[in-house]
Design a protein around this ligand. Structure first.
Ligand code: BDR
Ligand code: CA
Length: 310
């Protein structure tokens, strides 16, 4: 099987950690590197969080720390959901691994330019690193096969009524990426809020009984509790593994081509992904937006991913 080359750009984050777990041993994917960004917590916290997950899972994938600030606005974090560490809940052994010396943005540029085939960029955090790489060296654009992101919403937001966290945390960066002319698949809250990790799902994954399954249960213990406190639902929406699951099994998502504009001007709706679902504007489609998810198939994909750890 030909493996799809990806760079996973993330801000772990409980659901980012599950995305890493799912991608880490997927035979369909070859991870060139994991790049980390400020988002759920500061870059000083999201970087060791990524390393802790990789070390615990014995995944030998290099980690590159990236931008600690959004392109224009002040940074925001999501401690209400992910805790003061950004990954509250699991207790990891002493961290022995360190991030690579190279900055995430120069890593993205270098690895795209040196790759013979185009690379898929998977982003599960604010899009700062990718946007910066595009601005620093537009020559990388042809080497981006597709951007597959968790972010945005054509319905409600989760950080304001209008906006989803990853886009609102750096809407200018999302604007750069969505206007790059590269193909985009957007897995937003419209579908990730259907991937609710109810207690029976946590039990199901716990029964696998390996180290990945233990980490999953520890992560979900915190994540589902804070999701209930903040949003009121019983199962936390497992956002970030959705774009990874889609790359493993594309039938998991149903998408619709739409013109998508990122709102970087309004005060009330900053960070909103204005998706022209009905095509009112007669503008060119700029993204394949996920409109439905096969939930059972998604959980089967997660279970298979966890089972790959012995
Ligand atoms: C997104 O925001 C973060 O808190 C999660 O990790 C996910 O990437 C959901 O809006
Ligand atoms: Ca994330």
């Amino acid at each position: 099987m030909k493996r799809r080359k990806i760079i996973l750009d993330c801000d772990p984050g409980h659901d980012d950690a599950v995305a890493i777990m799912l991608a880490g041993r997927a035979p369909e994917l070859e991870i060139l590197g994991i790049t980390v960004v400020s988002g759920n917590q500061t870059i000083e916290k999201t970087s060791p969080n990524a390393l802790n997950v990789l070390q615990y899972l014995e995944l030998d994938i290099p980690v590159y720390a990236g931008c600690g600030q959004p392109m224009v606005r002040k940074r925001i974090h999501a401690a209400d959901i992910h805790g003061s560490s950004g990954l509250d809940g699991p207790v990891f052994p002493e961290l022995k691994r360190t991030v690579e010396e190279e900055h995430a943005v120069t890593f993205i540029i270098r690895s795209l330019l040196s790759s013979e085939e185009a690379v898929t960029m998977v982003t599960t955090g604010p899009m700062t690193n990718l946007a910066m790489a595009m601005r620093m060296n537009p020559g990388i654009l042809d080497k981006i096969e597709r951007i597959v992101l968790m972010g945005g919403s054509y319905g409600n937001g989760n950080i304001t009524p209008a906006a989803e966290f990853n886009i609102a945390a750096d809407a200018e960066a999302a604007y750069v990426c969505f206007n790059s002319g590269r193909p985009i698949t957007m897995a937003g809250l419209d579908v990730t809020r259907k991937a609710l990790c109810f207690p029976e799902i946590v039990e199901r994954m716990g029964r696998i009984g390996n180290k990945a399954s233990k980490l999953f249960v520890d992560l979900m213990g915190h994540f589902c509790r804070t999701q209930k406190e903040v949003f009121g639902w019983e199962g936390g929406p497992l956002h970030d593994p959705v774009p990874v699951a889609y790359l493993i099994d594309p039938d998991i998502l149903k998408t619709k081509a739409m013109n998508v504009e990122i709102d970087i001007r309004s005060e009330q709706s900053y960070g909103r992904t204005n998706c022209d679902y009905f095509g009112y504007l007669h503008r060119e489609a700029t993204a394949d937006v996920a409109v439905d998810i096969q939930v059972e198939r998604f959980w089967d994909c997660i279970e298979s991913g966890l089972r790959r750890y012995g």
